[in-house]
Design a protein around this ligand. Structure first.
Ligand SMILES: [Mg+2]
Length: 320
């Protein structure tokens, strides 16, 4: 990695991109693939993005993913370095003060332990809890440490194990941070080379996540409809029955996010929601929640969570 310090534009673009994708997806987060596809085709592509929010939240609200990435950057700015104790205190505070929007159970439980005084090295959910909470916030690590791969891996792992101690979660965080760092480099992306470098970076942390990344060139050559099945299956053994589509288990969700980026790096529309064979060709009636005063499913503390610690119970989507 010989990337120079990211430019102001790259920093801003990466963060805005995360917030935008997060806000666009929040409306249907946790819903089955056919509902997500209907939202993309019938709402977003139709120029109606602002017509639907999520529960009490108007369209445009970003969620825990971006909030915790923002906190990581703010911690870095305040400390002039990555200080896991400071970041852990920020994670605890955003939950205790009920500022979090959407939440994974493992992250919330770790935050409660931190707030109760458990040291950050011990607060994270133990294996086999392996949601994507530590990966979803790791993008800024790639921006901050793009020129220092050893520091990138160390910080990605440390920021992650504050809430998730499973090695696969650390590997997912390294994968996202590494992908951001590689994407800062100028020029067209060579997918096989990109994936080989990323797999090599991740392999010492967890070989199973590295193996999934190493297979990405094969999947990137496939349509979203063809690639979604095998990528979703990466985590099937770890997920309760009933989850439809890409689950929030770290291995498939990180692999799918990398697939979406590498498949069409200059077009954020295409891989966003694979078309299920059961999807109607006409625009379905909007099953996603219109803006209303109803409680937001993703921000309700009592919402159903699986034994591996995430999931959003949404209307029409079986909880896991
Ligand atoms: Mg979220």
């Amino acid at each position: 990695m010989t990337t120079p310090t990211p430019t102001r534009s790259q920093l801003g673009g990466s963060l805005l991109g995360q917030c935008l994708g997060d806000a666009l997806g929040f409306v249907v987060e946790g819903y089955p693939p056919e509902i997500c596809r209907g939202y993309v085709d019938g709402v977003l592509r139709a120029g109606q993005a602002g017509a639907h929010g999520r529960g009490a939240f108007a369209f445009g609200q970003y969620t825990d993913d971006s909030q915790l990435a923002r906190e990581l950057l703010q911690s870095f700015v305040a400390c002039r370095a990555f200080d896991p104790a400071d970041y852990a205190a920020r994670i605890a505070a955003i939950f205790v003060e009920e500022r979090i929007v959407g939440r994974g159970r493992a992250t919330e439980e770790a935050a409660r332990r931190l707030a109760a005084g458990v040291p950050w090295q011990q607060a994270g959910a133990p294996p086999p809890s392996a949601g994507n909470g530590s990966a979803m916030r790791a993008g800024p690590v790639g921006l901050l440490f793009s020129g220092d791969p050893a520091a990138l891996v160390r910080v990605a792992c440390d920021q992650g194990r504050i809430t998730h101690q499973d090695a696969r979660c650390s590997a997912g965080a390294v994968a996202i941070a590494g992908a951001v760092a590689f994407a800062l480099e100028r020029g067209a992306i060579d997918v096989p080379a990109f994936c080989a470098r990323l797999a090599a970076l991740v392999a010492p942390v967890d070989p199973s996540v590295a193996a999934a990344i190493a297979r990405l060139p094969e999947w990137v050559a496939q349509s979203p409809e063809d690639a979604a099945g095998p990528i979703a299956a990466l985590g099937r053994a770890a997920v309760s029955d009933g989850w439809q589509g890409i689950s929030p288990f770290v291995t498939p969700s990180v692999t799918w996010s990398l697939y979406a980026f590498l498949r069409t790096p200059d077009d954020y529309w295409e891989p966003s929601a694979p078309r299920s064979p059961s999807v109607a060709t006409s625009t379905p009636p909007p099953p996603w929640p219109a803006r209303s005063p109803a409680p937001a499913p993703a921000s309700t503390p009592s919402q159903a969570r699986s034994s591996i610690g995430w999931a959003i119970k949404a209307p029409g989507c079986a909880p896991i």
